[in-house]
Design a protein around this ligand. Structure first.
Ligand SMILES: [Zn+2]
Length: 173
């Protein structure tokens, strides 16, 4: 999960209902916030295909937040699908647009396994985030490992995806 900044979205001023007009107006704002990446796994739309509008707190449990801008992010189909039926954690998960969020503050990346590891195993909020967003699912771990292997083979960053990943010194340079 890469840091993002939520910009003001004037296009949805006065729109209160989550209908096609709302979606057409809000989506460009969300894509700008995430710079055309999935807000969770950070795949670029070039790899992930069309990104969808995703409700951080799902409409199933929080219908009142359906047209709440701060609850909306872009995500890839896979991330959206993985968290679709997940109940909301009792501990508030981290969000990519939290003011003080950065990947390095909470996590580190393990190139050999493709896993995202907690920096502080006692940080329940960071743990809830990994679980809620299912960021260490097998497909994504493998995709990250492939990304790293590509990087090392090419000696340069292979694509726009996984911007939070940095390789240890002497690799990928
Ligand atoms: Zn994703």
């Amino acid at each position: 999960m890469h840091k993002q900044t939520r910009l003001t979205c004037t296009a949805i001023n006065g729109l209160l209902v989550y209908n096609q007009v709302f979606k057409d107006n809000v989506k460009p704002c969300l894509l700008k916030n995430s710079q055309n990446h999935c807000s969770y796994c950070d795949e670029h739309s070039f790899n992930a295909g069309n990104l969808m509008i995703e409700h951080f707190k799902s409409v199933k449990f929080f219908p009142e937040l359906e047209a709440e801008y701060s609850n909306l992010y872009t995500s890839c189909f896979a991330c959206n699908n993985r968290k679709r039926d997940a109940s909301y954690p009792t501990i508030e998960p981290l969000r990519p647009d939290d003011a003080d969020y950065s990947f390095d503050k909470y996590f580190h990346f393990e190139p050999d396994t493709g896993k995202i590891i907690l920096l502080d195993t006692n940080n329940l909020q960071a743990e809830a985030t990994l679980t809620f967003l299912n960021l260490n699912n097998l497909d994504t771990r493998n995709a990250r490992k492939n990304f790293v292997n590509d990087w090392i083979a090419r000696k340069s960053r292979p694509s726009y995806s996984y911007r939070f990943i940095e390789l240890p010194e002497n690799n990928g340079k």
